[in-house]
Design a binder for this molecule. Sequence first.
Ligand SMILES: C[S@@+](CC[C@H](N)C(=O)[O-])C[C@H]1O[C@@H](n2cnc3c(N)ncnc32)[C@H](O)[C@@H]1O
Length: 324
Amino acid sequence: MELPADLQVALQGALRGKAIASLAETAAALSACYRASHGRGDGPLARSAGEALAYAAYRMPATFAAIFSALQATQRRLPSFAPLSMLDLGAGSGAALWAASGCFDSLQQAQLFEGEAAMLALGKTLAAQSLAPVVRAASWAKADLLAAPLALPEVDLVTCAYVLGELGASARTTLLSNMWQATRGVLLLVEPGTPRGFAIIRALRAELIAIGAHIAAPCPHVDVCPMPTDDWCHFAQRIARPSFQRTLKGATLGYEDEKFSYIAATRLPPAALEARIIRHPQVRSGTIELELCTQAGTLVSPTITKRNKDSWRAARDAAWGGEW
Ligand SMILES: C[S@@+](CC[C@H](N)C(=O)[O-])C[C@H]1O[C@@H](n2cnc3c(N)ncnc32)[C@H](O)[C@@H]1O
């Protein structure tokens, strides 16, 4: 996967004339802060224009990739879902807007809520350079997601990516209920693919099911999550690193793999799914081992052999995160 060309150009433009060394330092300091603050619900950390730009250059390709991948998986389970409107909460520099516009041709209207003025300003500047009218015309509002009452407009698609981990547990629950009320079609939550990111997604999944949501992806069932407590359900999306990102990270690899956990809750029941592939298939000579989360709410690890031609053919095409 690649970052959309117009977004790359917009990011390159925003970085023009900036001292790479100082941005790299800011980005490294931000990552250290994010790692150190996780769990305390300290709130947003990228506050200045420099911090917002460092975040976008360093992280936006990866968050875009994760959101795009989660939206695609959702779309496969809900092929008739054609959102006209979206709302993104904790929008940052706008990764979800670009991803949703790339996934859904139907999208006509987008609203983004973000708490930090510098992030919002950068997101708006980048969006103004998009080739997609819906991205250019998106409306951005400075809003605190923890404000009470939080009035959210009703839309077809609500997204909230890499935000919930910055909030405390009770704030997450309140926000979840607000987001679900605002959702006419699909609510997508994405978090880092870490034990903590997954624990947040797992808890919110249970809350969503308790209030009557269907799950479009990744789970093929609405039973209790069968993942053992010492493991975590996550997926990975590879994305090419734009040259500015390679320079900023001092990276030699031309790509990175973003690991993420997600849940797409829906008001419409999705088509049945036999199972989801939850690990890289292990290919050996003559066998392919899969790890699946099944419709029955169980984890199974079948070994596929060449003897079963149909399964073998399917297993050769199987990919982590895909449907089985
Ligand atoms: C890690 S960034 C993620 C940005 C974007 N969603 C993405 O995926 O790239 C988290 C964003 O949530 C915003 N945020 C955190 N707490 C917030 C709050 N209480 N109200 C509004 N925005 C908040 C931060 O300012 C930041 O832009």
